[in-house]
Design a protein around this ligand. Sequence first.
Ligand code: AMP
Ligand code: MG
Length: 317
Amino acid sequence: MAGSNRAQTAFLAMNTVVSHTAYGRRAGQALLAAQRETERLEKLFSRFLPDSDIARLNRSAGGEGVRVAHETLAVLRLGLECALQTEGCFNPAVGPLVRLWHTPLIKPSQPEIETARALSDVQTLQLQARGRKARLARAGQSVDLGGIAKGYAADRMVEIFRRHGVRSAFTDFGGNVAVLGAKPDGSPFTVGIRHPQRENSLIGALSVTDQSVVTSGDDQRAVPGADGGCHSHIIDPRTGLPANSGLLSVTVVSPSSALADALATALFIAGIADGVRFLKRFPGTQAVFIDQDASVSITAGLAPCFQAAQGTRTTVL
Ligand code: AMP
Ligand code: MG
């Protein structure tokens, strides 16, 4: 942390590097609270921590279900809503497919894919507001919040900053960015969008205030495949295969980071045409699509705030 008005932290959590920057008199205190909250949420959402809500839910699959924290219920509920509105592209019950495709260099057989696809049926994830219960109806099912949890956490960070009187802050969960207000000088924050094919280079940048900017793509976490290539860590639950829409990355802009996170994952699977259709179901959301040839398409609402890197072709959808 540095200076009296600006505080910064960086630490490892949720399988990534988390960093927060906040401005204001109580910025330091806000960041301590934010870190504690991140750790608390990870203990609820991680499927790798045996006592987490999600690990308990997954262990109980096929049984009665478990009581979960209201944060867990909220994130699962948003996950189900996104599953509905993205016609199954986003799927919080995608655990069996994620696990199947996780092992590098081994291509699953068609019967294995079919079994995991059937088990990833989102309809069998049941939530009960009364009693705060979540249930997976069939044994072998599992929830994976990898596509939404960081966004949910980023929203919570913004709430914590606000509660501490912070009016200007930037939070980054490994590329899942949310900003509170504008920079202290009143100008918008700039969020870079990585060039999916070039190391350490940006393909463009967005100027934003009070927004979240979340990118999904297969450049950083692709899994080496049996055929010598790589496949995405994002799985299309409709086919049971790794996402293959031709996009290199999708960035979603929305005031809600949880929504931006889920939609970025879904749109990466859906491609541009269906992606734009899905976005219309969520007022206030916008996107930047990067195609195979690194050409950029943006939704109209981003035209005033997107700046392309030199030499990048941009189409306004
Ligand atoms: P993101 O980086 O937000 O796109 O999330 C990718 C992670 O979400 C993966 O590593 C999986 O844990 C999980 N995931 C993969 N496919 C899906 C899907 N179709 N719907 C929801 N989550 C997914
Ligand atoms: Mg996501």
